[in-house]
Design a protein around this ligand. Structure first.
Ligand code: AMP
Length: 282
């Protein structure tokens, strides 16, 4: 496995890798969720590359950029064990040199949900992902359903800007009790860790109700809100039943939907989601 820091070294190493190349962009502090993306890429591509970059432009000034967990040595060991061919670990200066002023913005899809609560977040995401796509020239790029809106936004950006690649969305990997794996789970004390499962419980309750015939979007939102209210450490930021493609909030009876939420457990902000109905993951 080759590990490179500069863009020039990365391009040189990439040029010797066989196509199709699968790219897995990450912010590091890897867990089984990230590794599942690598495994999908490894199974489907002739070569696999990953990036590890805690992207400052997708964090608001009030967010956890400086405390975001990092462990590069461990990350590289994990990627090597999965058979990754190339890892790029750019510095902030390499990614955003002095004078940088070009941004990629996806419009309507970034307004609701995360976009409404994290202004500027998706502009940072789509800009860095566009730069990664340009740098690596992958034929396939792998993202997690865990970040459902990001998946929809990145897919739209790739299509609108004619990137000649396929965006592949992999299912959310969960802990044994259902908590979606996240680098931010490392912030929790044991009591908070236990409370954090309430997101999965709320989503499961609504999803099971849907499977039993409940189709009213309002009722599904109410079931999730009630479940969250039962956990005193949880503070709800938003709860949503939205169209899985347009991300528009739904009302009345639905055939399919994206159930999603953002919840604070203490100071840690968690997001999670489940698809229900026709477009559901198998
Ligand atoms: P991050 O390092 O948090 O930026 O995540 C890098 C990629 O891993 C993104 O495409 C995420 O959606 C994906 N990812 C993060 N957590 C999970 C998870 N629990 N299951 C599946 N994919 C995940």
């Amino acid at each position: 496995m080759k590990v490179v820091g500069s863009l020039d070294a990365m391009r040189a190493a990439r040029a010797s890798l066989p196509d199709p190349l699968g790219l897995v962009p990450t912010m590091g502090f890897l867990h089984e969720g990230h590794l599942s993306l690598v495994r999908h890429a490894r199974a489907e591509c002739a070569s696999v590359a990953a990036s590890i970059f805690v992207n400052p432009t997708q964090f608001a000034p009030t967010e956890d950029l400086s405390s975001y967990p990092r462990d590069l040595d461990r990350d590289l060991e994990m990627l090597e064990a999965e058979g990754v061919d190339l890892v790029w670990t750019p510095s902030e200066d390499e990614m955003y040199p002095a004078g940088f002023q070009t941004w990629v913005t996806v419009e309507t899809l970034t307004r609701p949900l995360e976009g409404a609560h994290r202004p500027g977040h998706f502009r940072g995401v789509t800009t860095v992902v566009a730069k990664l796509f340009n740098a690596f020239q992958p034929q396939r790029a792998y993202f997690g359903q865990k970040d459902a809106q990001q998946a929809v936004v990145v897919r739209c950006m790739a299509m609108d800007l004619d990137f000649p690649l396929q965006v592949i969305i992999c299912p959310t990997v969960r802990e044994a009790d259902g908590l979606a794996m996240s680098s931010r789970n490392s912030y929790f004390d044991p009591q908070q860790r236990q409370a954090a499962v309430v997101l999965f419980q709320a989503l499961s309750r609504a999803s099971e109700a849907f499977d039993s015939g409940e189709r009213e979007a309002d009722k599904l939102r109410q079931l999730m809100t009630e479940t969250l209210a039962g956990e005193e450490l949880a503070r709800l930021e938003y709860i949503s039943v939205a169209h899985p493609d347009t991300l528009e909030e739904l009302s009345g009876p639905i055939d399919s939907g994206l159930l999603s939420m953002a919840v604070f457990i203490g100071k840690v902000r968690l997001i999670d989601n489940m698809l229900v109905g026709e477009q559901r993951e198998s």
